[in-house]
Design a protein around this ligand. Structure first.
Ligand SMILES: [Zn+2]
Ligand SMILES: [Zn+2]
Length: 308
């Protein structure tokens, strides 16, 4: 197994994520304690290297998902193969959804039904904005016949694992168990009425996930020296950005490298993980170079199945 360095790290990145082996596991991340597994770094672009946006915070034997873009269950299965048993597909049973943009939720039916078909007995616990309940009810209605056939035919599917307990969230603590306390904070995502970021506080780490957002002090407040800050970013050099409406879209929905630098300097995370990169048709290196100029702290540009 030939270790390969992440070539895109800024100077000063500590051993924490410097060397990633062929399974995407860094030396430090394989040790016990909370880990962040980036299942998908993508966005609506159908980039085969970047699955739909989804992240797992893995604590002890349990995986806590954030968002469920297309491909989420298969990417979790890939992470399991990479040596993270908590991401076994049929054990996926809890998700925190930042907002209801389709690229973040197209894997929701997958997360509801696939683990059940594979044997999950517990209902899915889903936390998210107000509209999540209606979305869930529509999905349940759309697949009603499938559930009936699988449950009452030779498959003998169980009567519980396809169900979803939806929890509408507000800013504040939204979930707590023996592993983790999850706190939601509001972010600024254009004209979405509700969009959230999440803080995962575990015994050993504080992990903050921005969700989709234009720059906001809420992220700075939530992180405040956190261990890992996952933050989104877009490349303002993209061709699309020459059009006024797209420029305004990115300005109000997402975060530029200059804005990210400012956020990170004030949030001072031990490690910044740039994820959900909107590359805008340009090579990743173009975005990376811009961020390097704006931020000299420890950071990394996330890859699918990267562990941080
Ligand atoms: Zn979004
Ligand atoms: Zn997005």
């Amino acid at each position: 197994m030939r270790p390969k360095a992440i070539g895109l790290l800024a100077v000063g990145v500590v051993a924490l994520a410097l060397v990633v082996d062929d399974r995407g596991l860094s030396a430090d991340a394989t040790s016990a304690g909370a880990r962040v597994v980036v299942l998908g770094t993508g966005n609506p672009a159908a980039d085969p290297e970047r699955s739909g946006p989804a992240v797992a915070v893995v604590v002890n034997d349990r995986a806590y998902l954030v968002d469920c873009g297309p491909g989420v269950v298969r990417r979790a299965a890939a992470a399991e193969k990479n040596g993270i048993p908590a991401l076994k597909a049929r054990d996926l049973n809890i998700v925190f959804i930042t907002h209801l943009h389709s690229d973040h939720t197209l894997g929701y039916p997958d997360l509801i039904f696939s683990p059940w078909v594979l044997g999950r007995k517990a209902p899915l616990e889903a936390f998210g904005p107000q509209g999540l309940k209606a979305m869930t009810e529509h999905i349940e209605a759309a697949w009603r016949e499938d559930v009936d056939v699988r449950q009452h035919g030779f498959e003998q599917g169980n009567a519980t694992g396809y169900r979803v307990n939806v929890h509408a969230i507000r800013p504040g603590v939204v979930y707590r168990d023996g592993n983790v306390t999850v706190t939601a904070f509001p972010v600024k995502h254009g004209n979405w009425k509700e969009a959230y970021g999440f803080t995962f506080a575990t015994r050993d780490r504080r992990i903050v996930i921005s969700g989709d957002t234009a720059p906001t002090d809420e992220v700075v407040k939530a992180c405040d020296g956190c261990d890992v800050l996952l933050h989104e970013a877009y490349n303002p050099h993209g061709e699309e950005l020459k059009e006024a409406h797209w420029k305004e879209y990115f300005r109000t929905f997402h975060t530029s490298p200059a804005e990210l630098g400012d956020i990170a300097r004030r949030a001072h995370p031990r490690l910044l993980v740039v994820y959900h990169q909107s590359l805008e048709g340009l090579p990743e290196s173009d975005l990376v170079d811009q961020i390097k100029r704006e931020y000299t702290g420890p950071w990394v540009s996330a890859k699918d199945l990267g562990v941080y």
